[in-house]
Structure formats: C-alpha cells, structure tokens
Design a protein around this ligand. Structure first.
Ligand code: GLV
Ligand code: MN
Ligand code: MN
Length: 434
C-alpha cells in the first residue's frame, strides 16, 4: 500500500476509496485472530492478541510508523514530526474484543489511524502522530475495563495488577508472560509531547443511521456503574417443596430484573443491563439457592446514574425481604461521564463539514478509551454509522463509503490540527502573560 497515495493534501477521492477497502480488509484479517475458533473473542494479551499484534506491527511499519510496545502491552506506532520537540497527536482505540464480537469495535479506530499515516505518504507535519492500539478496553479477562488506557495515563494501580483472570493468572503475571515490565506500570506512559487524542469508532447504536449521516462528532460519553448483586435463598427438591415454602433465589432475581427494566425504561437516557447471571446449583430439578447477577447502568448525567443505581439496589433488598432471600451487593466500578474537548469538537466539526457531512453532536452510551485519556489530554471522537445499530455482536458492520468519509475527514483534521496547535499555544502564551 505504501506509496499508493499522493503525498499532498489533495489526495484523490479514488485513493481514499481504495484505502477504505484496505482498512476493511485489515479488519477482516484481524477477525481471524481469535481465542475461540468460529467466533471473534480476543482478550487482553491472549495468544490471539499476540497474532493480532504481529499483523498490526507489520501494517504500522509499512505505513512509516516506528513500532514498540509499552509496559501494559499497548502497541504504539510513532510518526515523527518536522522537529523532535514538536507536539504529538495521538490517534487510538482498542484491539481487544468482547466474547463473540463483531470485527470493527475498537479495531476500526486503530486501522483508521494507521491508514491516515499511510495517506500522508511520508509528508511530515508540524506535529508528530502516535497511533495506539490499546491492549484492553472491554475488561473481559480481568473484569476491569480500560486496562490499556489506564496504564497509558498512569491510573493502572497495584490492586489492579493483582487481579486474577478465570484461570487464576494475575495481571502482572500475564504482563510478564507477554514480556512487558509491569513494575513501573503506574507511571504515565503518554508522550509528554502529546497534545490531543482523536478516536474513531463505530457508533454501536442507531442514531446516525436514523438521521442518514455517515459520521458524527461525540460531545459526551455517558458515565457507567457496574455492580454485583447476589440473591441467596435455599435450594431444595423441585418436586416436593410446595410453592409457598420456597425461597427461590432465581425467582427473586427475575422479579428484580424486570423491575429494573421497567424503571430504566421510564427514565429518558437511562440504560440498565444484567448481562451475566450464574445460578446454583444449576439443575433442572433443584430450586435455585444462589444467584449472582451483574448490573451495568449508564446515563450522561452522573447524578441520575448514581440515583438509579441506589434505587435498583434498594429494590433488590425490598424484594429479598419480601421473599426471605438475603441480598448482597457491591458497586465494583464507577466511571463518571466525560465531556470531550470543545475546541477539538469544533475542529472535528470542520473536518466533517469539509467532506459534506453536517456535523451532529452525539452522546456515546458505550465506554471508550477516550473517556480515560480525556482526563489527561484534550480528546475528541468521531463516530461512523453502524448499520442496523448493531454492535457487540458478530453482525456488526460498517459501510466502506463511510470509512472513506472518515479517512477524508481524518485527513482534514490532520491538515487543520497544526493551525489549531498554533491557536492553542497562542492562547497559552496569552494566559501566561495576563
Ligand atoms: C464498551 O464497549 C462498553 O461500553 O461496555
Ligand atoms: Mn466494545
Ligand atoms: Mn469499543
């Protein structure tokens, strides 16, 4: 692919179309890197992730990036600027997946970053570009999302490293096995010259499709809470125990789930999900004695989300009291909603408008690496339309023409970013002298 494109900003439409096809072919190739043959599942530092990295490394090198891995196993490609001291723009997303995933969630953002550098055709900018493929965003292996971006920003801490996966392998041991040095993983690893973060991602929802737009600009990423709720009743014989004498933990959990579903449906913008449920002893002829449920709650307004979680947990207790079921709960994770950077949103708006798309600002219900990075450097996201709004599912898709539009908008973003840094430095200079 290298050298296929003209080196000037006037790269032709046809070139971007061809590059978009390459981006999709690369997503297809990465879909073959899976821990579970027959479906896409790629978790933090798994053997499938290692084969994924081999391909990404090759494409990064072909695009003119210098490739390395950091202490958390993130793959990082550097494209130097006209000068060593020049600022850096980071373009990234994640390379891990949920179980039985689609092929674009995360992966597409990394492939677009590489393709944009490729499209520069060796042209040096007044800023460097770093493309990062984060080692984990979904949190499947360690039940902790954003391992890669947390580590990049110095917020992956000792208790996180001590977490064990389902096979009992601690995170630090997985890092050792990968060859990454975890000892100082808590030091921030973002380049001190990094001035901004740009993430392309499929929307994973139906809004852009509904409005007929190929691209959207993300304004806010909804906050999320995750909790574990345990219902402890009494198991017993399914044939001999009369209904009125039962303490059925699964029936209590089912009542709670449907109550949560109706309550969340009444609150605009609120989503609540139980995606994981384990029942013991898990036999057809035994009354369920113990049920463990996950709870995931999201809203763009943190107060509404926290209030809803409290409400849902109180409801579980009330159902338990009525049914003589003990209920325990623990909120394991809370991530506040994140507003993305206003000046980068304006820049993304221009880049999107330049390619004939009217900029639409969106709230992301899904979590993204940008959520973590935004606390450290100004960040922005550009969404690509998701056909059918489908994601976290093998039928996840994207239109090749939308990928071409994202590439053209991305190139416009790069071309405008230099002036943007100039304005930024000017305002910094002014604020230092006033
Ligand atoms: C990440 O995909 C999430 O929002 O759960
Ligand atoms: Mn995802
Ligand atoms: Mn994602």
């Amino acid at each position: 692919m290298r050298g296929m494109l003209a080196a000037d900003p006037g790269t032709t439409e046809t070139d971007f179309d061809a590059l978009a096809a390459t981006v999709l072919a690369r997503c297809d190739a990465l879909a073959q890197c899976t821990d579970e043959p027959g479906r896409i599942t790629r978790t933090f530092l798994s053997p499938a992730m290692e084969s994924c990295y081999r391909l990404v490394q090759e494409w990064m090198r072909d695009a003119g990036l210098t490739v390395g891995f950091d202490r958390a196993g993130n793959i990082r490609g550097h494209y130097g600027a006209v000068s060593e001291a020049a600022p850096r723009l980071v373009i990234g997303s994640h390379l891990d997946s949920v179980p039985n995933a689609g092929r674009y969630d995360g992966v597409l953002g990394v492939m677009l970053g590489i393709a944009l550098v490729e499209a520069l055709g060796g042209r040096r900018l007044g800023f460097g570009v770093e493309v990062i493929g984060f080692s984990d965003e979904e949190g499947v292996r360690y039940g902790l999302p954003f391992i890669g971006s947390r580590a990049a920003t110095g917020t992956l801490l000792a208790p996180h490293l001590a977490r064990k996966d389902a096979a009992g392998v601690a995170m630090y041991a997985a890092l050792d096995a990968f060859g990454a040095t975890h000892a100082d993983v808590a030091d921030p690893m973002l380049d001190p010259r990094a001035r901004a973060y740009l993430e392309f991602h499929i929307e994973q929802g139906p809004v852009l499709e509904h409005t007929g737009l190929p691209l959207g600009v993300v304004e806010t990423i909804a906050g999320q809470s995750r909790a574990k709720v345990t219902f402890c009743g009494r198991s017993g014989h399914a044939g001999t125990t009369p209904m009125f004498l039962r303490r059925d933990a699964l029936a209590a959990a089912a009542e709670w789930l449907t109550t949560v579903e109706s309550a969340a449906s009444r609150m605009p913008g609120l989503v609540a999900t139980t995606g994981r449920i384990a029942c013991e002893p898990d036999a057809a002829n035994v009354i369920p004695g113990l049920v463990r449920c996950s709870l995931d709650v999201r809203h763009a307004d943190d107060a509404i989300r926290r209030g809803a979680v409290e409400d849902f947990l109180r409801t579980a207790e009330a159902i338990g009291d009525r049914r003589e079921i003990e209920v325990e709960h623990v909120v394991e994770y809370e991530q506040a909603a994140v507003g993305l950077d206003r000046s980068l949103i304006a820049l993304a708006d221009k880049a999107v408008s330049d390619v004939g798309v009217s900029p639409r600002h969106m709230t992301s219900g899904a979590g993204h690496d940008a959520m973590i990075i935004a606390a450290h450097i100004p960040s922005v996201m550009i969404f690509l339309r998701s056909p059918g709004g489908i994601s976290h599912h093998p039928e996840e898709a994207v239109y090749v023409e939308d990928v071409a539009a994202a590439l053209r908008a991305g190139m416009g973003f790069l071309n405008r970013f230099e002036a943007h840094i100039g304005q930024f430095s000017e305002s910094e200079r002014k604020s230092c002298t006033t």
